[in-house]
Ligand binder design. Structure first.
Ligand code: ZN
Length: 185
């Protein structure tokens, strides 16, 4: 049996409000929030909550017409996709294709830091959108830089009180949503 999968990298959940979702995932369940990011190319705001070597990603659409926004309208909040880190994405895709599995991407897309991703059609997986992901050497450094950035946001805008940390994160989300438009005035 071939072994292509290294681990679950992340599970992506679509939410209508990241702040409200954090009340469960971070505050009640206790997953740490490593960073939040506005991803204009995906028309969404994304929060990353590591659970050991995997992550939960909360995705809130920032645009009515995006794919995630349509997903949310049609199916409500919930699981959007599961992502597996694979050893070799081209080899994995070639094998899946040879098994008659329907891929959404013909070739892997190259993301930030050179990481490679591709999606498998839910028709071939019994209804779950599956993402494949091949890590590159630069990716851990990029994640570390993002985590530092969020830590800095929290440190500079509050003391340790939980309420003010929450307020700082909410403020950070608001500024990401507004694309920092208001800061220039
Ligand atoms: Zn993903």
């Amino acid at each position: 049996m071939p072994n292509f999968v290294k681990k679950i990298d992340h599970i992506a959940l679509v939410v209508d409000d990241i702040d409200e979702a954090l009340a469960f995932w971070r505050d009640a369940l206790g997953l740490p929030l490593s960073h939040m990011e506005d991803v204009p190319s995906e028309h969404s705001l994304v929060a990353f909550l590591p659970a050991k070597e995997s992550e939960v990603e909360l995705v809130e659409p920032t645009d009515e017409d995006s794919g995630v926004a349509r997903f949310l309208r049609k199916r409500g909040p919930g699981m959007h996709h599961i992502c597996f880190e694979v050893y070799d994405i081209e080899e994995t895709m070639a094998h899946l294709r040879s098994q008659g599995i329907q891929l959404i991407n013909e070739e892997p897309e190259i993301g930030t830091g050179g990481k490679k991703i591709a999606f498998i059609h839910p028709k071939s997986t019994k209804g779950v959108l599956v993402e494949l992901y091949e890590l590159t050497g630069e990716e851990p450094n990029i994640r570390l830089a993002r985590a530092r950035e969020l830590a800095e946001q929290v440190r500079t805008s509050s003391q340790n009180a939980a309420a003010s940390v929450r307020a700082a994160v909410s403020d950070y989300v608001r500024r990401l949503r507004n694309g920092d438009k208001n800061e220039e005035d």
